[in-house]
Design a protein around this ligand. Sequence first.
Ligand SMILES: *Cc1c(COP(=O)(O)O)cnc(C)c1O
Length: 351
Amino acid sequence: MTCVLRAMQATAQQPQRREVLIPAYTCYSVAASIVRAGLRPRLYDIDPETLDFDPASIQRVAPNNVLAIISANLYGIPNSLDRLEALARDNGLYLIDDAAQALGARFKGRPLGGYGDVGILSFEKGKNITTLKGGAIVGGSGPLMERIERARDTLPGSPLVGTLMSWAKLPAYALFFRPELYGLVQSLPWLELGITRYEEDFAIEQYSPSLAGLALRLCDRLDQLNRQRNANAERVSNALRPFPEVRLLRRLEGSQEALVRLPVFVESAALRTRLIAELNAAGIGASGSYPQALCDVPEVRRLLPAEDLEMPKARRVAATVVTLPTHPYCPPDLADRIGSVLRRVTQSVAP
Ligand SMILES: *Cc1c(COP(=O)(O)O)cnc(C)c1O
């Protein structure tokens, strides 16, 4: 993302465009990559019903100083990318389609990562496919992509030790998904599972060719994996529908998801905390996702103009979201088990 933004700034040749518009609820490293590129993050709010962008919140920002706008497609759920693309085009902005969590998803027939000027894929932990690190930039031809390719060619190669470490950790990571080993693997600190940190001094280096080869192999199974994930998510969603305490998202028309996690929303803070704890105690990897909206992450907040400091809808998402596993090793009775934990927890926590 940092390489892409630097290339966009060089290609745009409009030095006053130093702002990058991002969702107020997304991966913290999106904000960090902007800062690392020497640019300023600006936020737009999101719709808690769909996780799509809030158009009014984007239109509030004067476009003259904006270089690019970035999508989120969190949990493998498409944003309305056709509208975002039109918005970017009408205002002379670049669009980066962040498909880090949405490889294999589609919107109105087009693959995610394929909207806008450039797409971003990630093969980090917890993504649709993983080699523990690495990612890909998706783009067409033209001066921007040529500049990105030149930038890639001048990056340092991936260090051998790091690559060997990734190959060594991969089997442990694969075990993480086995429900019977969940507690054990969860306790291995060097896998850094479920940790959200804001980090600006990350390495920017080429993707190891051996890990990239593994990613390509895994891509052969992507559609099958996503089908399994979506089917698991559907079963869990159905088990949750009887509970008024749990809200499910509304789907945008034309979206074909790649549900890397299933996000649901619990308004009661006490119930949400209890539910996450009880699901984990039952060996089900529920998580609160990113703990804060970006306007409340101190390292980001201090860079924001006054008008970006309050993002009420993103805050509400951060405070209420619970993500549930959808991976192919989910046991066949996962939905029933989640249902029975919910029944127990809703009966014991007062509304
Ligand atoms: C993980 C993630 C990123 C960053 O990808 P890395 O490969 O971890 O740098 C960017 N955007 C979103 C939405 C992500 O989930």
